[in-house]
Ligand binder design. Structure first.
Ligand code: PMP
Length: 408
């Protein structure tokens, strides 16, 4: 029966629970670091449990509609306000004079963007019978190819690595920055000399201060963000797009209406509440309140930093793996120079041509292979936002491997 379940792009085992609730894992059990789940941040939200509780009465939210004056008429004014306030607090994106469209995760908004951009194209380079080429520089997020091609649209098709794109045809380039899987900071990569006419989608899922220094206020035509990676609430399925052109925003809204007639108001209410709690706590802090709980981005950054330092320490002792290095940069949000701590570790294996099978064979650790990201299988992606037990067990198994190879 398992084979009949739908493939879930960032969930390796089709969404079934992994062994991650087991406090001390026997060496025979598999540690699943393939999935992109975000449970690391659960400890923070447990501390904030009361502040974040939302009560919804039986009579509330019967209507599909929320605010008929807004382009995205199913978005609640509270969520719209909370999204704008959060970006104003962090300084990571310009929302002034832009339209906000929400979706069931940024996964749905990605597909809405492809629909809107490809169906609005009227140039000679994109005649109606030729689908627009969708590209991203490798290594790219493994969800993009499958999400692009799932319905075999006649409007757009996956065309692979942006660095190799050489067609004289219209294209859509996805710029993911910081990038999933390797954490790099990116700009458009298609070589425009080949004459193709390009449109851009900026996927800024990880442009938050726990992962990377906030160096500028992003101000692109179409930017995607997600509640999943911002606060860790992947299960609420809330994403938002910040869109310059009202016609594109309208088309994206149409796509979401055709797909799911909007987005759950229960989820919107919860997302708005959690964003409000984050913003209020920073505001209170600035006004001198001595909050007993650490501020959200500081807390999350500290946890990620600790994990990265532990991982780098173990990898330093090993001859088998290499991790990418990141440059420090000044963060306008924290007002200090800081490092990058990506949500994923992009491991390169020196020992084996196939990093994933090496991890699986030697340590029973599941990772996602480089070839899923349009790249060499020598690379594998490890989720850094996983549950603590799984992460500690992964480090232990990595150290054991290192000790074994020293004895030989
Ligand atoms: N974009 C990127 C770069 C991602 O890593 C992910 C999730 N792994 C998504 C989009 C999808 O996020 P959501 O949960 O909002 O659908």
């Amino acid at each position: 029966m398992l084979a009949n379940l739908p493939a879930v792009p960032d969930l390796h085992n089709n969404g079934l629970p992994s062994s991650d609730t087991n406090a001390s894992l026997p060496i025979s059990s598999v540690v699943n670091l393939d999935r992109g789940d975000t449970v690391l941040l659960e400890s923070y939200w447990r501390k904030m449990s009361d502040e974040c509780t939302v009560v919804i009465k039986g009579w509330e939210f019967l209507s599909y509609a929320s605010d008929l004056r807004s382009v995205c008429w199913f978005m609640t004014p509270e969520l719209r306000h909370a999204i704008k306030r959060l970006h104003a607090l962090v300084g990571n994106a310009e929302t002034h004079d832009k339209h906000i469209v929400i979706g069931n995760g940024s996964t749905q908004l990605f597909q809405a963007s492809l629909f809107a951009l490809s169906s609005s194209s009227s140039s000679s380079l994109s005649p109606a019978d030729i689908p627009m080429n969708v590209v991203a520089a490798a290594p790219y997020y493994s969800g993009y190819p499958v999400e692009t091609d799932i319905v075999r649209s006649s409007l757009y098709r996956w065309s692979g690595d942006a660095l190799k794109y050489d067609k004289n045809e219209a294209y859509i380039e996805i710029v993911t920055s910081p990038n999933n899987p390797d954490g790099s900071i990116r700009r458009p990569m298609v070589n425009n000399k080949c004459g193709g006419e390009g449109k851009l989608i900026h996927d800024l899922a990880y442009y938050w201060p726990h992962y990377t220094p906030i160096t500028h206020k992003a101000n692109h035509d179409l930017m995607l963000f997600t509640f999943s990676k911002c606060t860790g609430h992947s299960g609420s399925r809330i994403g938002w797009a910040i869109v310059k052109d009202i016609e594109i925003a309208k088309k994206m809204t149409t796509f979401i209406v055709m797909n799911s007639i909007g987005v759950s108001k229960e989820s919107q209410t919860r997302a708005a509440k959690i964003m409000k709690v984050v913003c209020d706590s920073y505001e209170n802090f600035r006004f001198g309140s001595k909050e007993s709980v650490e501020l959200f981005f500081e807390y999350s950054r500290r946890l990620l930093k600790e994990r990265w330092e532990k991982l780098r320490e173990v990898i330093k002792q090993s001859d088998d793996f290499i991790l990418p290095k990141f440059q420090r940069a000044y963060c306008n949000f924290t007002n200090e120079s800081s490092e990058t701590y990506p949500a994923f570790a992009w491991l390169m294996c020196e020992k084996d041509q196939d990093c994933t099978s090496y991890l699986d064979k030697e340590m029973k650790v599941l990772a996602r292979s480089g070839n899923r990201f349009g790249c060499d299988p020598r690379y594998a992606r490890i989720n850094m936002l996983t549950r603590g037990d799984d992460f500690d067990e992964f480090l232990k198994r990595l150290s054991d491997i290192k000790d074994l190879s020293c004895q030989m």
